[in-house]
Design a protein around this ligand. Structure first.
Ligand code: NI
Length: 174
């Protein structure tokens, strides 16, 4: 197992769409282990492969810190088939440094995916679990939660991030 580097906004790979996984072998399992280790070390409650620079439709989720019904769940090629209800709650992202904002999501979703063995799975999710899945599936589409906030909030965040990167660059030059 190995920790992977988490790419940070505005890294261009975060804006690319991930491709469906077609090979369900040992390499995929090792990648899932690395993603889980990287997520727990961060620490975070979800991670999409795009965030470590791999454009494949793989996410790992563990919302047990917030909802003790769940544990580590890897989803391969996940598709949200349907959603209902809506709820606004604060979200953050390991790729969006020092920022959190309210995001509207479905409260209840139906999902279809593959497990790491390639078997088809289908289930329903609610609450934080449903929110987390929607956030991670967005990553696979090249979307970030800041795309789902007001343009004013987004431009304020961009300004803050630009300043932060400039300061980091200045530290680096010293
Ligand atoms: Ni995220």
């Amino acid at each position: 197992m190995a920790l992977r580097e988490i790419l940070k906004y505005p890294h261009p790979i975060l804006r690319k769409k991930a491709e469906p996984v077609t090979e369900f072998g040992q390499a995929l399992k090792e990648l899932i282990y690395d993603m889980a280790e990287t997520m727990y070390a961060a620490p975070g409650v979800g991670l999409a492969a795009n965030q470590i620079g791999i454009l494949q439709q793989i996410v790992v989720i563990d919302v047990s810190p917030r909802d003790d019904k769940t544990k580590l769940i890897p989803l391969i090629n996940p598709v949200i088939l349907a959603g209902e209800g809506s709820d606004v709650s604060e979200e953050g992202c390991l790729s969006v440094v020092d920022y959190a904002a309210d995001v509207k999501r479905f409260t209840h979703i139906s999902i279809e995916a593959r497990d790491p063995e390639g078997r088809k799975i289908a289930f329903e999710a609610d609450g934080w679990f449903a929110r987390d899945i929607q956030h991670e599936v967005d990553h696979l589409d090249g979307k970030l939660f800041i795309d789902r906030i007001s343009s004013l909030k987004r431009s304020l965040y961009k300004k803050k991030r630009r300043k932060q990167l400039k300061e980091e660059q200045a530290d680096f030059d010293d």
